[in-house]
Design a protein around this ligand. Sequence first.
Ligand SMILES: [Fe+2]
Length: 372
Amino acid sequence: MIQRLEQGEEALTVTWCAGGESRFPYLWLRDNCRCALCRDPRNGQRLFDALDLPAAPEPAALRLEGEAVVIAWAGEGHDSRYGASWLAAHDLSPAARARRRPEILLWGREIANDLPRANWPRVLAEPAVELALLRDLARHGFALLQGVPTEHGQVAVVGDRLGHVRVTNYGRLFDVVSQPNPNNLANTALALDVHTDNPYRDPTPGLQLLHCLECAAPGGETVLVDGFRAAEELRRRHPEDFARLARLPLAFHFADATADLAAATPVIGVDFDGHVTSVHFNNRSMSALDLPEGEILPWYEAYRHFAAILREPAGELRLRLQPGDLIIMENNRALHGRTAFDPNLGRRHLQGCYVDKDGVESRRRVLERNMA
Ligand SMILES: [Fe+2]
């Protein structure tokens, strides 16, 4: 797998038999030594402190031993061994890093007849079906579960099976029904523009689950919009607006008799490579913008451009949830809303809960590991 090693001044260059080269800085290699003195063999955790690491480690010698690179470190009496497959899996080149990115599929209304979906009893019985569901969820930022028993509390049963339900001031789960004196506009019969939930929390909920128990009321369609696709569309049409929404923080706030929640974050989150990682959009709970005056008007222009893209019919996926349907959404990607309904002509009752995203991703990786 490795054809040749070249000892550079600060980095090792590996030439691969399949073609191409990869560079690995010595400091990075020394820090990632896999030996039993450096890593606990039982759990893989590092056994030395950041300041125990030599500031500028240098190889006294390096050699290829079968499919492994062995480095003897100068002045340490310490050897490190790196398997070729480990090095390939941690290749720092832009192309290799791009290949390691999770696959994201951007969507709009064109997927209406090809939804990521799974049957809940099968998910419970078959690990391969559960894994397929969790992979679909990661790619699309949402998935539809069908066949969830229409019983109170089932949404939290699903949440605790796929991850861990997060308790908030709304409790472990919440009901979305039309109420006479609602503390939240969700509990009216009004249409709700698409939004992400609870951006006034830190951290915001990773996933939202909504379980349809009853839907006899005319109207009340669920609307989903891919916030990542909308953000990419904004970047394509108005790059300066995209940069503004990714740079400037927006504060959100929610208060009722017992809670006073506030958090601030940019509307569009990006990582250092420039990839979109989150969207926080909720006009109902946006606070007064707190920025230098010169930023205010350009920010609103950018925000309105983004809001207009979020409303474009091509991006809107409309679903009529049936009793037993449960929609799982990555809350900081898949925006959701609903059309108005008439509560006098039938009940509409959804039950929801929030689930931390890390637990669901952990579940997916454990299933992948177990099935490898
Ligand atoms: Fe919501």
